[in-house]
Write a protein that binds this ligand. Sequence first.
Ligand code: NI
Length: 192
Amino acid sequence: MARLKIYTFPDGVLAQKAKPISHVEKTYHKLADDMLETMYGAPGIGLAANQVGILERILVIDTEYDMTDVESGELHAEGSEVVGGKIITNRKPIIVINPEIIHREGKTAIEEGCLSVPEFTSEVERSQKIKLQYQDIDGLTKILSAEDLLAVCIQHEMDHLEGRLFIDRLSPLKKDSVKKKLLVARREKEEE
Ligand code: NI
């Protein structure tokens, strides 16, 4: 497994639409493993292929894992894995290919962040419950019912596949001011 580079705003790859995967070939196992390692290592609860510079409709999610510092001296639980100096336990990774939301219900808004917009968080309005149809890593069609955090996470990652960031869902005024601030921060960082 390998940690991949995470592209950040305003990189153009984040604003492009990802293409459907017509055949879920074996090569996607490695990509999915690398994306999961990158997500756990960051750490984050979701990662879409656009964020690692790949314009294909695949994303990985895990909203349930626990993370402790290796230095804390805790015994490694069975099935745990050390990623980026952290012990990851209770992993429930979901690999999602060619996702489609086939049902939506209710509204919710929780504070969202993004590995591609690391300096900013904001509430965004999303559907509270969704039914998702997708293909798993073996190419099998699956249906997943999700609500609250998992539902929000899926919608956030699916936005990435459309070339949309969560900051694009803010009001036009707020979006402009946030983007300006992020661009200034980016420039200052580059000049350092
Ligand atoms: Ni994101």
